[in-house]
Design a protein around this ligand. Sequence first.
Ligand code: FPP
Length: 233
Amino acid sequence: MNGSIPDHVAIIMDGNGRWGKQRGLTRSEGHYAGVQAMEQVIDAGIELGIKVITLYAFSSENWSRPKDEVNYLMHLPVRYFKQKLPEFIRRNCQIRISGNIATLPAATKDALLKAVDQTKSNDGIIVNFAFNYGGRADIVQAVCGVLREVKNNNLSIDDINEELFHDYLYTGDLPDPDLIIRTGGEKRVSNFLLWQSSMSMFYFSDVYFPDFTKDMLKEAIYSSFNKGMTADW
Ligand code: FPP
């Protein structure tokens, strides 16, 4: 934390599908509207001096959605970064991915890796996309990473502690989230950052993610860490 501003805010961007349905649109059109809200959140993060924003963009459970919706969500990073990567570079944002990218369609994987590679020297806000991410899978892959080191004699069992284990998670060198926001009205964790959220504050909003605004993000932060802040900052 930097005063009243959290270092790391993570967001479960829920409610896109319902937002679309409510307007007689498709679920995918709801996701497209979610992208606009996501940009508001990134803008607000930059304005406030938040160091890391993690966005739950595709969970390991999302594969069970209808095929056309999954295809749409897989294509989204390709389309999005083709258009927006220069802006991320110009704004000094560093893009990271947390999740199992190995099993993604080649075009999706390439778009994500290119975004990470081309922003890796930027030292402004870190925008971390949790993509093909599951909290349990994260812990399992971290266990495998640690075991591999033990097997290769790079680590002994006595070296293993919480701090070391943290480095093997997808979020490796990132601080744990100070605040996790979930939009869309449901109050559950949905396999998001299970290890990393042990000390996080949670903030739930009934608003569907496409309607989530900069001011709502500020209100979420204000009401979670309101020491020394006024409501209109
Ligand atoms: C959950 O809403 C949201 C998602 C599964 C996808 C969120 C993704 C984005 C906003 C864009 C990501 C962009 C990039 C470039 C990676 P839901 O579909 O579960 O909504 P519902 O609860 O109303 O059904």
